[in-house]
Design a protein around this ligand. Structure first.
Ligand code: CDP
Length: 223
């Protein structure tokens, strides 16, 4: 594979996109960008600045400071920094998951992040995961994948992940959050979640991550 290639992985929440994107990044020695982390970063910023009132976002207040938000991935570690602070752990908290769909719906936020995401691939190749990477961010990506999986399996995996990080949260809450975010992603007016026509769909419900990895390598290397 040409190291200047762009690999796009889209799909539903918690289908294993980031895990597989990291494995591809290591294998092909190209950077990995988790676009969802940036949406989560802006959500955290809005929560910390109290821009949410009764779960409604004050879009005007956010728009005034949006351009001043610096979100940067650490070069080696891939950790996310918001105005210099490492927020990699905070962006996974349930409160961020509960508010991120509202932020991802905002035209100003999508335009701001679209610009940043596109710049990340100006010279080098990369693997990026998200919801609209193969359809909107990089419609000409060299390789496109679309991940799906049954909701219960996804919730189970996310629940295990959160428990391993020491977070106490019940299974139903995790499942409901995933279902809510899916609906919001699919029904959004701008850049909704959908499979690009030329994307290869993978159902990750009943396969291990190594099996998915093998399938991705097979598809990429045979092209
Ligand atoms: O990892 P998980 O599947 O929980 O989601 P994520 O990738 O961290 O993304 C968090 C949220 O950001 C999603 O629920 C989407 O609403 C939004 N998002 C988006 O709108 N467009 C993207 N390219 C990536 C994420």
């Amino acid at each position: 594979m040409d190291p200047r290639s762009v690999i796009a992985i889209d799909g539903y929440a918690s289908t294993g996109k980031s895990t597989l994107a990291k494995m591809l990044s290591k294998h092909y020695q190209i950077p990995f960008v988790d676009s969802g982390a940036l949406y989560r970063g802006i959500t955290l910023f809005a929560l910390e600045r109290s821009f949410f009132k009764n779960d409604e976002i004050d879009e005007y207040a956010l728009s005034k400071v949006l351009e001043s938000i610096s979100l940067k991935f650490g070069f080696e570690t891939g950790e996310l920094y918001l105005n210099g602070e490492n927020i990699s752990k905070k962006i996974r908290l349930p409160n961020v998951s509960d508010h991120v769909s509202t932020i991802a719906d905002l035209t100003i936020v999508r335009a701001f992040l679209l610009n940043q995401l596109r710049h990340m691939a100006s010279e080098n190749g990369l693997v990026m995961d998200g919801r609209d990477i193969g359809t909107v961010v990089f419609p000409n990506a060299d390789y496109k994948f679309f991940f799906i999986a049954r909701p219960e399996i996804r919730a189970l995996r996310r629940h295990e992940e959160l428990k391993a990080e020491g977070q106490k949260i019940n299974f139903d809450k995790v499942l409901n959050n995933l279902i809510h975010r899916d609906q919001s992603d699919v029904n959004r007016k701008i850049a909704p979640l959908r499979k690009a026509e030329d994307a290869f769909e993978i159902d990750t419900s009943d396969v291990s991550k190594d099996q998915v990895f093998a399938l991705l390598l097979e598809k990429i290397d045979s092209k």
